[in-house]
Design a protein around this ligand. Structure first.
Ligand SMILES: [Ca+2]
Ligand SMILES: [Ca+2]
Length: 328
């Protein structure tokens, strides 16, 4: 019996040497994706095993703690799920797909259990995710400019402009505005200058074509005729206690509502209601004046954010009816 047992042990040891345990090897590649714009976008890693694991097996793929563009606190873990006979699996990383221009982000993604002796052997312990900026900032969201007057505003590319990059800024309708862009090589910010060629509306599109991927930004531009403030009537005469209305508008009309301040040089002679009015798009605003005491004053109408103003002389005369009624 002893001999038989010894022979069996010898055969087992021999068998173990003859069939060494071979762990499958896991391979994965680095990934580079454009960030995306609006909600959440996804970066997909693919991992391959050179042989099936023979059992279900999962490995986490975790972004480095400093990663800013990976959506945190996901309900489902990020990683590779291999079924028993499976040799290829994918892991999707959720990205914050915002519209902010920002530099490309390089994130180290680490396998959670790459030292597990019961898992596969890992070709490497981490992979790199590069999130490529796809956003350009173009100053205000809605630009308004006066016909013929050059206007400048900032442009932000997110990444420094490289010599091999191509920056273009083009209007959808080249008959409405002419545009020049100025960003120095090695800088991420610069200036755009546009000049209104005719009244109208167009969309401005900025694009940087880089070897790693394009970035894009858009804004709306509206070109107006130079306009002046017009008050009707342009002189006012009223009695003490009397109320009259005056109207103010832009000529030519502006395409958006505009705020107008109304100031009186003597608040004791005439009361102005209201002192701040909004001129509707393409329309006018109504101001009520009430005579307080006999005298002369000047009403000044001032447009917010523009150089336009106009002045209306006002005369308040005594009210004979009131004088009579005041006598016994
Ligand atoms: Ca984006
Ligand atoms: Ca962004």
């Amino acid at each position: 019996m002893k001999r038989l047992a010894a022979a069996a042990t010898f055969l087992c040891v021999l068998s173990a040497y003859a069939q060494p345990v071979v762990r499958p090897q896991l391979r994965t590649s680095d990934v580079a994706v454009a960030e995306g714009t609006g909600g959440v976008s996804w970066a997909r890693f693919t991992a391959t095993l050179d042989a099936p694991m023979g059992r279900n097996w999962f490995v986490f793929l975790s972004p480095h703690a400093n990663a800013t563009d990976v959506v945190p606190n996901q309900p489902r873990p990020i990683g590779f799920q291999f079924a028993s006979s499976q040799t290829i699996a994918t892991a999707d990383v959720p990205l914050q797909a915002d519209s902010e221009p920002e530099p490309d982000e390089v994130i180290l993604m680490t396998f959670s259990n790459y030292t597990d002796p019961n898992g596969p052997s890992f070709e490497r312990s981490e992979a790199t995710l590069t999130i490529i900026n796809d956003d350009i900032g173009l100053g205000p969201v809605d630009l308004r400019t006066t016909l013929g007057a050059p206007m400048s505003f900032p442009i932000d590319l997110g990444n420094p402009l490289a010599a091999g990059d191509t920056l273009t800024v083009t209007p959808a309708d080249p008959e409405v505005v002419t545009v020049t862009a100025s960003v120095a090589i090695g800088s991420s910010t610069g200036e755009i200058t546009l000049t209104g060629l005719r009244e109208g509306h167009t969309r401005l599109v900025a694009e940087v074509i880089r070897p790693a991927g394009p970035a894009r930004g858009e804004t709306d531009v509206t070109v107006f005729q130079p306009s002046v403030l017009v008050a009707m009537p342009n002189t006012v005469r009223l009695r003490v206690g009397e109320e009259v209305t005056t109207r103010v508008s832009f000529s030519p009309a502006q395409g958006v509502p505009m705020l107008i301040d109304v100031q009186s040089s003597s608040t004791g002679i005439v009361q102005v209601l209201p002192a701040l009015v909004s001129v509707s798009a393409g329309g006018d605003a109504v101001i009520t004046l009430r005579g307080l005491a006999p005298g002369r004053t000047l009403l000044k109408f001032l447009a917010h954010g523009q150089q336009h103003s106009t002045v209306v002389p006002v005369e308040v005369v005594p009210n004979p009816g009131r004088r009579r009624s005041a006598r016994p």
